[in-house]
Write a protein that binds this ligand. Structure first.
Ligand code: HEM
Length: 496
């Protein structure tokens, strides 16, 4: 009996020592990091938002540090030189994605373009997206959709402020506009706004409900992703909810495909183009691939642009002198004769600088999307084992005083030298970087230009707009933006 007790104690001590040896990074020269507990690792140590918590750890352990999130080994990089290494010499190695429970249910078993492992399947999806959605030809062909939705937003704001300054809420307007743009581009349908097709009212309601749940569940934390033991239990019912929403979403998306098959829609939608390709290459354009791409466009391509617009307007309201300068640039370039158009944007460098500065301080995905190493490699002097989750703290890199003067202040003038924009990484780097960058920039630039041109803006009170971050798939403001707006008396409004 006594022998068994000593044997048991010996095993425990051995396990703890091994854990300690590994976790204190002496083993194989792993990046340094905070001490962790057996089993849970560092899981208990973080408060949201994670990018701020990771920034604090980097101050102590350096720009390449490691953690244990339960059983998953994670490396966080927060310096420009380190990420250069990740996305140049190690780009293919880090082109994988870790797989989580949410991806199983709302990412077609991790096969959508955002979540798929690096390989032929992912390459096929990127090729399809590049050809059918993001080629210059396609982006141009969707111009009328973008313009129409942006003008609707401007008209609605003008109607809501007919007699001088009126209080308006902007967050939901931006979100609805970006959903309408992407949904029309993908399927020809608009589901938000009082003027959505009356026959689609019930369907629109259902769509909005699905999206709300997808966004909530997509951002939910699942301890089972990190603690192997918990994988067998579904304590908070997350898996059950994911299963339910995945069935509802799939039925909805399949419905959109069938409507196209029955000829109910415009020929210039993403689904219509993919169905044409399906006829000659069915193995590359399956229904599941079309549904996955539709879902990704909606989840990756809507709130990211909407929150960027909200942060940009918040910054402008807190910096009236910047707003004035931007208005002057637009008025000087456009005159009184017309509205701003996409083709004018290249001649509005200050507007561009405002957008860069917004993306620098408020990247919608501050930790990008997690990457996973497919082989052992090195970053700096450190060994990175295979299957390490890599998180890039773009938020911290954008505020690094070694790269930016006065880094926490909103100063669009820093981008007068356009080369400075090359130091930004809100859309990621390397082969997994965002394919929607061009579309996002067009929508954000034109919306912002028209908001500045057509209205006078001021804050609701003397107090500055609260810039606290909230939660969400894309990092948004904690308190939805409200502002006072007054429509400008421009002759162009007669054209509406
Ligand atoms: C990936 C940011 C708009 C589609 C990403 C990533 C980031 C990002 C940080 C991950 C990069 C990485 O893994 O290193 C943004 C921001 C946007 C935006 C800040 C707007 C301001 C869009 C739009 C679309 C889109 C409009 C499409 C309609 C995608 C897709 C991926 C992606 C499909 C996955 C790429 C892959 O894994 O291969 N985006 N995005 N994004 N984004 Fe965007």
């Amino acid at each position: 009996m006594i022998f068994l007790f000593y044997y048991f104690m010996f095993c425990i001590i051995l396990l703890l020592s091994l854990h300690f040896l590994f976790q204190t990074r002496r083993f194989k020269n792993l990046p340094p990091g905070p001490l962790s507990f057996p089993i849970i690792g560092n899981l208990h140590q973080f408060k949201q938002p994670l990018h701020r918590a990771f920034h604090a750890i980097a101050q102590k352990h350096g720009p390449i540090f490691s953690l244990w999130l339960g059983s998953r080994f994670v490396v966080v990089v927060s310096s420009y030189s380190a990420i250069q290494e990740c996305f140049t010499k190690n780009d293919i190695i880090f082109a994988n994605r870790p797989q989580f429970l949410t991806g199983k249910y709302i990412g077609y078993n991790n096969t959508t373009v955002v979540l798929a492992s690096y390989g032929d399947h992912w390459r096929n999806l990127r090729r399809i997206m590049t050809l059918e959605v993001f080629s210059t030809h396609r982006i141009n062909s969707f111009y009328e959709i973008r313009r129409d939705e942006i003008i609707r937003l401007i008209q609605k704001l003008a109607q809501d402020s007919p007699n001088g300054f009126a209080k308006v809420e902007l967050k939901s307007r931006f979100s609805e506009m970006t959903f309408n743009i992407v949904m029309r581009l993908v399927s020809g349908k608009r589901y938000y706004g009082a003027d959505c097709d009356v026959s689609d009212v019930e369907e629109a309601k259902q769509f909005r409900k699905i999206i709300k749940e997808l966004v909530t569940l997509g951002g939910a934390n699942n301890p089972g992703d990190f603690l192997t033991l918990l994988r067998w239990f579904d304590f908070d019912g997350l898996e059950k909810r994911l299963k339910r929403i995945s069935t509802i979403t799939d039925t909805f998306l399949q419905g959109l495909i069938e409507e196209h098959r029955n000829g109910k829609h415009d020929a210039n939608t993403m689904i219509a183009h993919l169905l044409i390709q399906q006829q000659s290459q069915p193995e590359y354009y399956t229904d599941q691939i079309i549904k996955g791409l539709t879902l990704v466009m909606l989840l990756a391509g809507t709130d990211t642009s909407a929150v960027t617009l909200e942060w940009a307007m918040s910054n402008l309201l807190n910096h009236p002198e910047t707003l004035k300068k931007a208005k002057k640039e637009i008025d000087t370039h456009i005159g009184q004769k017309s509205l701003v158009d996409e083709s004018d944007i290249q001649n509005l460098p200050y507007l561009q600088s405002i957008i860069y500065e917004t993306l620098r301080l408020h990247p919608a995905a501050p930790l990008l999307v997690p990457h996973l190493s497919s082989e052992d490699c090195t970053i700096g002097e450190y060994h990175i084992p295979r299957n390490t989750i890599l998180l890039v703290n773009a938020w911290a890199i954008h505020r690094d005083p070694k790269s930016w003067s006065d880094p926490t202040h909103f100063k669009p003038e820093r981008f007068e030298n356009q080369d400075e924009a090359n130091k930004l990484l809100p859309f990621g780097l390397g082969r997994r970087s965002c394919p929607g960058v061009n579309l996002a920039q067009r929508v954000i630039s034109l919306t912002l230009a028209l908001l500045i041109r057509c209205f006078e803006w001021k804050r609701i009170s003397k107090e500055e707009i609260d810039m606290t971050e909230g939660k969400g798939l894309a990092v948004q403001k904690k308190f939805p933006l409200e502002a006072m707006c007054k429509v400008c008396q421009l002759p162009i409004f007669n054209d509406f």
